[in-house]
Design a protein around this ligand. Structure first.
Ligand code: AMP
Length: 393
């Protein structure tokens, strides 16, 4: 892996693909963590005496859209990077070319939203080539878009001899490798979330590397029904029942232990204010649906989590967005944090489990929280991400 650490950027102009696709509400950036996540890479290039041309997408514009202009995040980028940032009015037009040509060592230029050009998502070769002429070397630090073969994430790399993994991209890839390739045993995967169908490729890929899988949340009910349980009106994918049985049989064959919840906090309606009642997960009355992992389930999961040396967590074990049904996910998060404090490596990635750890303030108590939703899921499915292979080929 060619990382930025071993390269001297002195007097070099680096074009850096970052993921500044941050949420904006009423003209304010409401979560700047993606900007902050790129700071290490930018700081390294600048402190070497190089200059940075930052490029990112923002939202999903169809052509120019003033609400999604980089001017909306410019001041927040300057605030987070703690330095002046030059903004160009276009991506590959005269303004970008002039500002890139005149960029001095130590300066940072932010290009306009890449997706104002449809050529970006088309992976257009001409567009990628034009972008490449702005700089002498290329750094990809946008894990969140590494699963897309877009012009700035993948196609551009072929025009550079000097192309590097930014430090965020490096951390993401190494965290996944630490689980999937070199995880100290016992290795545990905690899989939750609404649907088993969206997790099947992950299960099929991780089954060869894990020793234990905890299955929680909405997806557990398909397994319980497959095993003959009465799940009431809980979420269930009937068409996945045979798949669930195949997963259980495959795990047994490979000596992977699957842990399902034993009890569940239920409600008569999908609402935070609904009255709650606990049931054995195999015996839920018809008019109740399972909403959160019960006390006995968490107690049983405790030992598995604390005994594990490597933990991957993808998906909440209940409807954690509702405060009255967030306890199971929160307690499981606390156990992952405790296991991490005891020396386990823990990776939280892919969608809602990331939101859950942030909600419960656990992001600094696990080893790594991935910044990429889709990219993380595809990595866990065993796919080679185009943005990553473009840097290595
Ligand atoms: P996913 O994107 O597949 O990881 O699913 C995450 C979603 O699963 C979250 O919005 C949770 O509210 C939801 N979820 C977790 N447990 C349940 C459940 N028992 N019933 C319905 N939805 C659930």
């Amino acid at each position: 892996m060619k990382t930025i650490n071993k390269f001297d950027f002195n007097n070099k102009k680096a074009i850096v693909r970052v993921d500044f696709n941050v949420p904006i509400e009423k003209e304010n950036v409401t979560d700047n963590s993606r900007i902050l996540a790129a700071k290490t890479t930018i700081d390294k290039i600048i402190s070497d005496g190089g200059s940075c041309i930052l490029m990112s997408h923002l939202g999903r514009p169809k052509g120019f859209d003033n609400n999604l202009s980089m001017s909306k995040i410019h001041s927040e980028v300057e605030r987070v990077l703690n330095t002046k940032v030059i903004l160009s009015k276009d991506v590959i037009g005269d303004d970008a070319i002039n500002k890139a040509n005149n960029l001095l060592s130590g300066e940072i230029l932010l290009l306009e939203n890449l997706r104002f050009h449809k050529e970006e998502t088309d992976g257009d070769v001409g567009f990628a080539k034009k972008l490449s002429t702005l700089a002498d070397c290329y750094v990809n630090d946008a894990f969140g878009t590494a699963h897309r073969a877009h012009a700035s994430t993948t196609i551009i790399a072929q025009y550079f001899d000097n192309k590097f993994f930014g430090s965020l991209l490096e951390k993401e890839v190494k965290s996944i490798e630490k689980v999937m390739q070199s995880g100290e045993k016992p290795v545990l995967a905690i899989l939750g979330g609404a649907k088993i169908s969206s997790k099947i490729p992950i299960i099929n890929n991780i089954i060869d590397v894990v020793d234990h899988i905890i299955i929680g949340g909405g997806m557990s009910f398909t397994f319980i029904k497959a095993l003959g349980g009465k799940i009431g009106s809980s979420i269930c994918e009937d068409e996945m029942i045979s798949t669930a049985l195949e997963i259980l049989a495959g795990a047994k064959e490979k000596n992977v232990k699957i842990h399902l919840p034993s009890d569940v906090v239920c409600a008569k309606e999908f609402s935070n204010d609904a009255e709650t009642k606990n049931f054995d997960i195999h015996n839920i009355p018809d008019d109740y649906e399972g909403m959160d992992a019960g006390k006995n389930s968490i107690e049983a999961f405790r030992k598995v989590v604390l005994d594990s040396k490597t933990i991957l967590w993808n998906g909440p074990v209940g409807v954690f967005e509702f405060s009255n049904f967030s306890k199971g996910t929160k307690e499981l998060g606390n156990l992952v944090a405790e296991s991490t404090a005891n020396g386990a490596f823990s990776l939280v990635g892919g969608g809602d489990s990331v939101a859950a750890v942030k909600k419960f303030g656990l992001q600094d108590k696990v080893s790594y929280v991935s910044t990429g939703g889709g990219a993380m899921l595809e990595s866990l499915e065993g796919k080679i991400l185009p943005g990553i292979s473009a840097l290595t080929n």
